[in-house]
Design a protein around this ligand. Structure first.
Ligand code: GDP
Ligand code: MG
Length: 308
């Protein structure tokens, strides 16, 4: 069952991926070495490109990712936060369809084809929901569920949406959505921001029932009070700002892409290394640098070095 709104009526899930449609999977990860074996081995073969965006991990996140999927693209975000990591991943992804998925084992890559099918059925954005029939969560706490419900109600009233699960990170969308959803918040409020912006843009959204499991190892980095307030501030600011003001002062995400040959165990670039601000590769090692703003260089000798 799906809930849809936008330009047309709802979607079904029975369309195969056509030739010529490529899929990128963006996975933000901060110290998720223990969870990646579960996540990375469950990715369905329809995915063409997997991008892991590392958030200054101090464990073996990158080494484990490389060991399981040698072809994985590893981005090192210069800043911090899940929102910033997603922005980096979106900027670097090359797929026609971009899917966002957590690295902690709470969201199941095996559900991904349902999101893709919804996009192929004519939707612009397929948004996971733990609260539609067929979905649920064993990860969300009562406090977070209550906060999510209140924030969700606020967005539905203020932006005339029909979301059932505002703060959920399992989503997929066509590349063409990116200009409508600039990710300008760095933290866990990122989903709130994206969902508001795609609604404001009038894109066709459908919700997909999704099951959220408890993260397998480690602890959530989300703080319900702090991040709830941040999400609320996003709602208020988006409501008060015109689209024109909304875009002013937004800066491109900054990252470098780790060379494919570098294991990158715990590696992170020093903050004074110039970095890419879009999907033109950052270090000139993986592809010919193309003309564009702020092409960065990274000394290959430093790749794979110690964490800083
Ligand atoms: N790259 C990166 N990933 C992050 C950061 N913070 C959280 N993540 C990842 O975002 C996903 C969701 O984070 P989690 O702590 O599980 O939050 P929760 O699911 O809301 O409880 C996980 O894959 C984390 O590893 C960050 O600062 N940088
Ligand atoms: Mg989690």
């Amino acid at each position: 069952m799906t809930a849809a709104w936008g330009n047309e009526e709802s979607a079904s899930f029975d369309v195969a991926k056509p030739e010529g449609v490529s899929i990128s999977l963006v996975i933000p990860a901060l110290n998720e070495a223990a969870n990646l074996p579960h996540v990375l081995t469950r990715i369905p073969p329809i995915v063409d490109e997997v991008l892991l965006v590392d958030g200054h991990s101090v464990d073996d996140t990158i080494a484990v990712a490389r060991a399981i999927r040698p072809e994985i693209r590893v981005l090192l975000q210069r800043s911090r936060g899940k929102g910033d990591a997603l922005a980096c991943g979106f900027a670097a992804a090359t797929g026609d369809i971009i899917v966002m998925l957590d690295a902690d084992g709470s969201t199941d890559p095996a559900e991904l084809p349902r999101f893709v099918d919804a996009l192929l059925d004519g939707n612009d954005f397929a948004k996971g929901s733990r609260f539609l029939e067929g979905g649920h969560s064993t990860d969300i706490t009562p406090v977070r569920a209550t906060g999510n419900r209140l924030l969700n109600m606020a967005v539905n009233v203020l932006f005339r949406t029909r979301y059932t699960d505002l703060c959920y990170g399992y989503n997929a969308f066509w590349r063409r959505c990116l200009p409508h959803m600039p990710v300008t918040r760095s933290g866990f409020e990122v989903e709130t921001l994206i969902h508001i912006r795609i609604a404001r843009a009038g894109l066709r959204v459908t919700e997909i029932p999704s099951i959220e499991y408890e993260r397998i190892h480690g602890e959530s980095k989300l703080n319900a009070a702090r991040d709830g307030v941040r999400a609320l501030s996003v709602i208020i600011r988006e409501r008060l700002s015109s689209r024109r003001r909304m875009r002013r002062g937004e800066s491109a995400p900054q990252y470098i892409e780790l060379p494919a040959t570098a294991n990158g165990n715990g590696f992170h670039p020093p903050t004074d290394v110039p970095v890419a601000t879009d999907n033109r590769l950052s270090h000139g090692l993986l592809a010919e640098p193309r003309p564009g703003p702020e092409i960065a260089t990274l000394d290959p000798a430093s790749a794979g070095g110690p964490a800083v």
